[in-house]
Design a protein around this ligand. Structure first.
Ligand code: ADP
Ligand code: MG
Length: 280
C-alpha cells in the first residue's frame, strides 16, 4: 500500500471540519428510537455432521438507533457468533437478520460488503489499527475505500479525532499512542461515515480498568449522540453497565435481559472534555 496516497491533502485554509451533525438523541433510559436491526430465530451450527457445535440456538433481538446493548455470557456461549451474524460477516444456519427492514440474506456479497462498509462500524479488542499509517490515515482509509474523497474524509476524521480528545495526535502512528488513545482512534474510525450500528467485541479488554472505563464511556456517548445503535460483547458486568440494555447469553440462547431504568440526565459535558479528563 502506498501510504503517501493517504497523507492528508496539504491544506489551504482547512475546510471547517464537518462536525458530525446532531442526530436524534436518546437519553439514557428513555424509550428507544426505531429498530435498525431485527433478528429472528437465529441458529448457527458449526462443523460437519460428525462433530457439530450449536453456537446459536434460537436468538430473537431488536436493536434501536441510538440505543446501547451489551451481550454478556461465559466464554463459548455464542457472543461473537451472534455479533458476526448481526453484522453480516457470518450467515446463520436458520433465522433472519433485517437491517432497516432488508433481510441480509437477500443481499449479494457486494451489497453486503457495501452495507458493512457504509452502515456498520467495528471496534475490536486490540483496535486493529494499521501500524504503518498515522491515526488520521487509519480513520480515513475505510471512508476512501468506500468512495469518499480524501478531502471530505479528512475533514470528517479530523473532527472525530478532535472530539475524542486526540487533537494534536493526528499524525502519530499507533506505536506512538497509548492503548486508550489507540482505542479512541478505533472509535473515531468506527464512527466516521455515520454508521447506523457500531459493533464492538470486548472493546476495552486490552486496557487497564480506569482507561477502559473512560474509553467505554466515550464509545457509548459517541454512538448515542450520533444516533448509532451500539452492540457490544463483553464478559465484564462493569463494562455492560454502561449500556442501556444487557442480554445474558447461555448455550446459544438469550437467558435474561435487563433494561436499565431511566436516570436523571447527567449535566451536559462535551466529549473532548471527557477525553481530556482521563488523558490516557
Ligand atoms: N469457526 C468455528 N468453527 C467451529 N466452532 C466454532 C467456530 N467459532 C466458534 N465456534 C464454537 O461455537 C461456540 C460459540 O463460540 P463464540 O461465538 O466464539 O463464543 P463466545 O464469543 O461467547 O466466546 C463455541 O463452542 C466455539 O468453540
Ligand atoms: Mg468471543
Amino acid at each position: 500500500m502506498n501510504t503517501n496516497q493517504l497523507s492528508p491533502a496539504p491544506a489551504g485554509p482547512p475546510p471547517h471540519p464537518a462536525s458530525p451533525a446532531p442526530q436524534p438523541v436518546a437519553q439514557p433510559g428513555a424509550a428507544p428510537l426505531s429498530p435498525v436491526l431485527c433478528a429472528r430465530g437465529l441458529m448457527k451450527t458449526y462443523g460437519s455432521s460428525s462433530t457439530t457445535t450449536r453456537a446459536l440456538d434460537g436468538v430473537d433481538l431488536d436493536i434501536a438507533r441510538a440505543d446501547s446493548l451489551a451481550v454478556m455470557g461465559p466464554s463459548g456461549c455464542g457472543k461473537t457468533t451472534l455479533l458476526h451474524i448481526l453484522a453480516g460477516i457470518l450467515t446463520p444456519t436458520a433465522g433472519t437478520v433485517r437491517h432497516d427492514g432488508t433481510d441480509l440474506a437477500t443481499l449479494g456479497d457486494r451489497r453486503r460488503t457495501r452495507l458493512r462498509r457504509n452502515d456498520f462500524g467495528f471496534v475490536f479488542q486490540d483496535g486493529q489499527l494499521l501500524p504503518e499509517l498515522t491515526a488520521l490515515e487509519n480513520v480515513i482509509l475505510p471512508r476512501m475505500l468506500g468512495g469518499t474523497s480524501r478531502r471530505a474524509a479528512t475533514a470528517e476524521a479530523a473532527s472525530w479525532l478532535d472530539r475524542l480528545g486526540l487533537a494534536g495526535m493526528h499524525d502519530r502512528r499507533p506505536t506512538q499512542l497509548s492503548g486508550g488513545q489507540a482505542q479512541r482512534v478505533a472509535i473515531a474510525r468506527a464512527l466516521t461515515g455515520r454508521p447506523s450500528v457500531v459493533f464492538a467485541d470486548e472493546p476495552t479488554g486490552a486496557l487497564d480498568q480506569a482507561t477502559g472505563q473512560s474509553v467505554l464511556q466515550i464509545l457509548v456517548d459517541s454512538c448515542r449522540d450520533s444516533g448509532a445503535a451500539l452492540v457490544m460483547v463483553t464478559h465484564d458486568a462493569k463494562v455492560a453497565a454502561a449500556c442501556r440494555r444487557t442480554v445474558a447469553m447461555r448455550d446459544g440462547r438469550i437467558a435474561q435481559e435487563f433494561v436499565r431504568p431511566a436516570e436523571q440526565p447527567a449535566p451536559a459535558q462535551p466529549l473532548a472534555a471527557q477525553s481530556a479528563e482521563v488523558a490516557r
